[in-house]
Design a protein around this ligand. Structure first.
Ligand SMILES: Nc1ncnc2c1ncn2[C@@H]1O[C@H](COP(=O)(O)OP(=O)(O)OP(=O)(O)O)[C@@H](O)[C@H]1O
Length: 540
C-alpha cells in the first residue's frame, strides 16, 4: 500500500461501507438525549472525495501548505482526509495558545491556503500581514457542507502516491516549555503511528471512540473506529462538563476514549459522586502529563470491564512506550509513592529508547553522548519509524533536539528518566524544570508524588525560587484552599512532615498555595512550573 493514511479510509469504506464512521452532536432530542448527525464509512469517503475535488479546483494541490482552523467535528475529519488524498500539507496549531502566539506560528509556517470557520477567515483579514502568501481562503460554515454535498459528483478522488519521506503535515507542539514549534510529519511516520496504535491496543473495526484530544482522533477512520465528537471546547478542555461526556459514553456505548489526566480527574469526581459506572468502556488512554496511580485506581472502579493505558510520547515522537493500570498498580505504584518517578512502560516494538547523561547544549552525533546504566537518571532519547526528523525552519531547535546516528537520528524528549532492571522507562520530569540544588538535582515528578498523597492536595509543583532553592506550590482539592493564616500554617506543617519523611524531599521547606495552576493549552494538564517559579521568585 502506498504511504498515505487516506488509503485506510478508502479500505474501511470497502470493508464496512454502512458502518458508522462519525457521529457529531447536533442539539438535543425532546427527552434530553444528544441528537447526532451520523456518517457511514462509505459516506465519509465520498465526502472526503467531494472536498478534495472542491479544494483542488480552488488551487490546493500536492505540497500546498494549508492552515486548518476548523473545530473538531465532521467537517474537520472530511477536510483532513481530503487534504491527505490531495497530498496537501495541513498545518495544525492549538487554538488555545492566545492570538499573539498563534499569529507568530502562522507567520513562521507561511500557509498558502486557509480552510477555516468564519471567525478564522475574519482573523486572516484583520491580521493580513501574518497571512501574507495565502492565496486560497475557504470558509467552513453550514453552507460549506450543504454546497459540497449537493455538488458532489460521486467520483472518487484518487489518493496521492505519496513517498514515505514526503511532507504530510505540520503539527505544532503545545509550547509548554518555550515557543510552540511546528513539527514536520512525513507520510511514513503517520503510517507507522497508525500501525503502532492498532497493534499495541488491539483496536479493530466496530469500536466506538470518544476522543477528548481532537488530533488524536484523526486516524480513527483509518483504524475502522467510529468517532463520537465530544461536546467540549477544544481550546479549554478542562472546562468540560462531565455530565455531557458521561451521557455521550452511555448513549453511544463508547468502547475507547482518550483524555489527559486532568480531564479524567473531572470525570472520576463526577462518576464517584453519583455512583455511575461505564460498563461499555473497554479501554481508556490517559496521556499528556504523568498519570498518578491514585487516578488510575479511581477510574478503574468507574470502568468495570475496561483497562486504562498510559502512552508516553510527544508531538515529535508518538507513541514511545505504554503501560497498563493493572501493571502500574501491581508493580510500580509503590515506588512512585516513594518518589522514584512515574513508570511509563517498555518501549513499543520498533522504538529504541536510551537514557544518556543530561546536557544542555546540542549533541551532534550519537558518539558524543554517554549512555547511562539502569537506575541512573538522565535524558531520554528515542529513535524509530514514527520519530520526526525536525522542525519547520528552525535549524537551532533541530540542533538542540536531534542527534545524528549514521543515516538515522534520535530525538531528545526534553524529559528526564531512567530504565529499571525489567527494561521499563520511568519518567522523572521535564529537563528544564528540574531544580539544581546545592545537594544535587531534584526532579519534579519524583518530589511531587510525595505531596500528592496528602488527602487535600490535588496536584503540586516543584519550583526553583532562585539560585537552586526549591519550594513546592500546592493546588488543593476543590474546597480545601486554606482560608486563614492558621489553616495555611497547619497545611504547611503537614506538608513539611511529608517532606521530611522522605529522602528525596528532605530539603524542601517552603510551600505556597494556588487556587488553580497555569497549565498547557492542549491538555490543560502539564503544569507550567516555570511561570509559577517566576511568580514566587519575587517573594524570595
Ligand atoms: N504518559 C506520560 N507520562 C508523563 N509525561 C508525559 C506523558 N505523555 C506525555 N508526557 C509529557 O508531555 C511531553 C510532550 O508534550 P507535547 O508534545 O504536547 O509538547 P510540549 O512539551 O507541550 O511542547 P514544548 O516542547 O514546546 O514544551 C512529553 O515530553 C512529556 O513531558
Amino acid at each position: 500500500m502506498p504511504h498515505n493514511v487516506a488509503h485506510f479510509l478508502a479500505a474501511q469504506a470497502r470493508r464496512q461501507p454502512d458502518g458508522p464512521a462519525v457521529r457529531a452532536p447536533d442539539g438535543r432530542e425532546a427527552e434530553g438525549s444528544i441528537k447526532y448527525i451520523s456518517r457511514s464509512f462509505a459516506e465519509l469517503e465520498a465526502d472526503a472525495s467531494a472536498v478534495a475535488h472542491y479544494l483542488s479546483e480552488l488551487g490546493v494541490c500536492r505540497g500546498t501548505r494549508v492552515l486548518l482552523m476548523v473545530k473538531p467535528g465532521l467537517d474537520l475529519i472530511r477536510i483532513v482526509f481530503a487534504l491527505f488524498k490531495i497530498g496537501a500539507v495541513p498545518i495544525v496549531i492549538d487554538p488555545g495558545m492566545g492570538l499573539r502566539r498563534f499569529l507568530k506560528c502562522v507567520r513562521h509556517s507561511r500557509p498558502e491556503a486557509i480552510v477555516g470557520i468564519p471567525a478564522a477567515i475574519w482573523i486572516s483579514r484583520i491580521f493580513r500581514s501574518s497571512f501574507a502568501g495565502v492565496r486560497v481562503k475557504v470558509t467552513v460554515n453550514r453552507g460549506f457542507s450543504r454546497k459540497l454535498l449537493s455538488d458532489a459528483r460521486g467520483d472518487a478522488y484518487p489518493v496521492a502516491d505519496s513517498a514515505s519521506d514526503e511532507l504530510a503535515a505540520i503539527l505544532f507542539t503545545s509550547g509548554s516549555t518555550g515557543p510552540a514549534k511546528g513539527v514536520l510529519y512525513e507520510h511514513g511516520m503517520f503510517m507507522a503511528q497508525v500501525e503502532a496504535i492498532r497493534s499495541q491496543y488491539g483496536i479493530g473495526p466496530g469500536e466506538v471512540d470518544l476522543p477528548m484530544l481532537p488530533v488524536f482522533a484523526l486516524f480513527n477512520p483509518a483504524l475502522g473506529m467510529c468517532t463520537i465528537v465530544p461536546e467540549m471546547n477544544p481550546s479549554r478542555p478542562a472546562t468540560v462538563d462531565p455530565e455531557k461526556i458521561v451521557r455521550a459514553i452511555q448513549q453511544n456505548q463508547v468502547s475507547n476514549s482518550f483524555g489527559s489526566p486532568a480531564l479524567w480527574t473531572i470525570i472520576a469526581r463526577y462518576c464517584e459522586a453519583r455512583e455511575v459506572t461505564l460498563p461499555s468502556v473497554k479501554r481508556i488512554l490517559m496521556a499528556g502529563a504523568p498519570v498518578p496511580p491514585a487516578l488510575m485506581e479511581r477510574m478503574q472502579a468507574v470502568i468495570p470491564n475496561g483497562e486504562i493505558h498510559t502512552p508516553y510520547g510527544a508531538t515529535e515522537a508518538l507513541p514511545v512506550s505504554s503501560i497498563s493500570a493493572s501493571e502500574v498498580l501491581k508493580h510500580t505504584a509503590a515506588q512512585t509513592r516513594r518518589g522514584e518517578g512515574t513508570c511509563v512502560g517498555k518501549p513499543l516494538p520498533g522504538v529504541e529508547v536510551r537514557v544518556i547523561e543530561a546536557s544542555n547544549g546540542p549533541i551532534e552525533s550519537i558518539e558524543g553522548s554517554k549512555v547511562l546504566h539502569a537506575g541512573e537518571v538522565g535524558e531520554l532519547i528515542v529513535k524509530g519509524p514514527s520519530v520526526t526528523r525536525g522542525y519547520d525552519k528552525l535549524p537551532e531547535a533541530d540542533a538542540r533536539s536531534k542527534i545524528a546516528d549514521g543515516e538515522g537520528h534520535w530525538h531528545r524528549m526534553g524529559d528526564l528518566g531512567k530504565f529499571d532492571a525489567a527494561g521499563r522507562i520511568w519518567f522523572c520530569g521535564r529537563m528544564v524544570e528540574r531544580v539544581l540544588t546545592q545537594n544535587g538535582p531534584l526532579y519534579t515528578d519524583c518530589c511531587e508524588a510525595i505531596f500528592n498523597q496528602h488527602a487535600k492536595v490535588y496536584r503540586s509543583a516543584l519550583i526553583d525560587t532562585g539560585g537552586g532553592h526549591p519550594a513546592v506550590v500546592i493546588e488543593p482539592e476543590p474546597g480545601h484552599y486554606p482560608s486563614s493564616e492558621a489553616d495555611k500554617e497547619e497545611f504547611c506543617s503537614e506538608l513539611g512532615q511529608l517532606a521530611r519523611a522522605n529522602a528525596v524531599t528532605q530539603c524542601i521547606e517552603r510551600f505556597f498555595f494556588e487556587k488553580s495552576f497555569p497549565v498547557d493549552v492542549r491538555h490543560n494538564a502539564k503544569i507550567h512550573r516555570l511561570s509559577l517559579a517566576e511568580k514566587y521568585s519575587m517573594e524570595n
